[in-house]
Design a protein around this ligand. Structure first.
Ligand SMILES: [Zn+2]
Length: 526
């Protein structure tokens, strides 16, 4: 089975008054998302990240199953790779903005009036060498650029030259540790920034801009220095040949770092004007196309397509909830192309939440939708879950099944000794079986011959609609209202109550950490 992994950037949101206390996703008319939700399963993803707020970079790496403590890298690396620069092992990568400073280096505008064409400026700064360190530059979207420092004895332990604030003096780069390398890197970079300011100040393009009453792009604000780490490839990690379709620079960089192939799509801009139809077509073809590559999972074509759509996040940052809602509707109109894909699991989620009311990323959980679970695979898959190497099992389950045999009964007893209020509804109903059947039932559940387990569990989900399956699902999504999830949070994908009970019995995802998501979808463990 192949996987189409769709990420709608900054998808998660909070209810908005003007939308009738609905999130943009809830308020949007989305017949196709609704169809997928009715036939698939929904849940919530808790983004795993480092620092105060989830960043797209951290959120993506964790969604792809990477441990950030082990694999974290500064964003400069991803940006530089995303715009197509080649990064060596010793190089330092930085992201930058063309900006406007006055004669005292006070920042007038962090984006130089969002200057669009910076190629002539970059050409003028290309290949400056300071104390043996070469500076390589390449333009990114609008006022942004990528910078590489190439030379010996360089360190990425240097401070940012940009505090995301205007009306302050442009910050000098400082070494973040006492090593000679960090001090050297900070020194040459400061020299470069001064040199480039002199060149930019006198550049004909800037003189023209000033004449037109526009802001001169006369200074570079740099940030997020990083070095490339050798990272385990996505293919090696998950044994799936993967490709990426994205407009935004960062996302291409992430894919490149993970060893995914980039599929270029004309009209993929990473903005609201992006050509969704072209991107979706390319995604579909990537999963169909026989590739020269063969692997043990599928034999041909890409096994995994990571499709990234950025504009949902852009609208959120602008607080434009109507724009976000309309853009979600546009995505929905383009979805049907995927409906006839055979043997493809479609997952749709965001990387993090960006509520329009906050205009910044938040740690709120995100809606997730999984469609296309092979119907026969469920019971089977679940069997395979118990056949996973013990290290791979969920912690909870591991300890449950790994208990010394004598302790099991005890464990279970204590489980049922929970104050009645603390038990899940589901559990209560499970043990509300006719009393005579209880002990036997439970014993037999765990004492079943291994071949019979899957069946048993299958039947668990096939319970008559007025018992487990239905109620459990409802309970799960009703939790949101009780404030177990942040009370402001709600999700369209999570709004399953309108579906029939039979549909609700198909299972659930629950609330899972983003780092667990890949493993869960690969084992169909929901
Ligand atoms: Zn964002």
């Amino acid at each position: 089975m192949k996987i189409l992994f769709i990420i709608l950037d900054g998808l998660g949101d909070r209810p908005i008054k003007e939308l009738g206390d609905k999130t943009p996703l809830e308020a949007a008319k989305t017949p196709n998302f609704d169809f997928l939700a009715s036939q698939g399963i929904c849940g919530l993803i808790e983004p795993v990240y480092q620092g105060k707020f989830p960043t797209s970079k951290d959120a993506h790496l964790s969604l792809f199953g990477y441990d950030l403590k082990k694999w974290g890298m500064a964003r400069g690396v991803f940006e530089v790779l995303g715009i197509g620069m080649e990064l060596g092992k010793e190089d330092i990568a930085l992201r930058g903005n063309f900006s406007t400073v006055d004669s005292n280096f006070k920042i007038v505008d962090r984006r130089a009036g969002r200057i669009s064409d910076t190629k002539p400026l970059i050409k003028a700064l290309q290949k400056i060498t300071i104390e043996g360190v070469k500076f390589l530059l390449a333009p990114a979207v609008s006022h942004r650029l990528g910078i590489i420092l190439r030379g010996r004895n360089l360190s990425d332990k240097i401070s940012d030259g940009d505090f995301h604030k205007a009306n302050i003096r442009a910050p000098k780069i400082r070494p973040l540790e006492k090593s000679p390398e960090a001090r050297f890197t900070a020194r040459v970079l400061n020299k470069f920034l001064l040199n480039s300011h002199q060149i930019l100040k006198n550049h004909p393009l800037n003189k023209k801009r000033i004449k037109k009453g526009q802001l001169a792009a006369n200074y570079i604000l740099v940030r997020e220095a990083g070095k490339l780490k050798k990272l385990q490839s996505f293919e090696k990690k998950w044994r799936m040949k993967a490709c990426c379709i994205a407009g935004g620079v960062l996302y291409k960089g992430i894919a490149k770092v993970l060893g995914m192939d980039l599929i270029k799509v004309k009209g993929a801009t990473g903005k609201a004007n992006t050509d969704l139809e072209a991107k979706f077509k390319a995604a579909k073809n990537s999963l169909k196309r026989p590739a020269p590559y063969r692997n043990e999972v599928s034999g041909a074509g890409y096994d995994f397509c990571y499709l990234h759509i950025k504009a949902t996040d852009n609208f959120s940052h602008d607080g434009d909830f109507l724009g976000k809602k309309k853009f979600i509707e546009k995505i929905d109109r383009n979805l049907p192309i995927f409906l006839d894909l055979k043997d493809v699991l479609i997952t749709i989620t965001g990387d993090h939440s960006t509520p329009c009311g906050v205009k910044e990323h938040t740690a709120d959980p995100l809606p997730v939708l999984v469609f296309g679970l092979p119907s026969g695979a469920r019971g089977k898959k679940r069997r395979s879950f118990f056949a996973l190497p013990s290290g791979a099992r969920g912690k909870k389950r591991r300890s449950f099944f790994a208990l010394p045999s004598g302790a099991r009964g005890k464990k279970r007893r204590s489980f049922f000794a929970l104050p009645s209020g603390a038990r899940g509804k589901k559990r209560r109903s499970f043990f509300a079986l006719p009393s005579g059947a209880r002990g036997k039932k439970r014993r037999s559940f765990f004492a079943l011959p291994s071949g019979a387990r899957g069946k048993k569990r299958r039947s668990f989900f096939a319970l008559p609609s007025d018992s487990e399956g239905g109620r459990r699902k409802f309970t799960f999504f009703a939790l949101e209202k009780d404030g177990v999830h942040p009370p402001q949070f709600s999700s369209k994908f999570g709004r399953v109550k309108k579906f029939s009970e039979k549909e609700c019995q198909k299972g659930k995802i629950g609330k899972i950490k983003s780092t667990d998501f890949m493993r869960r979808i690969l084992t169909c463990n929901f």
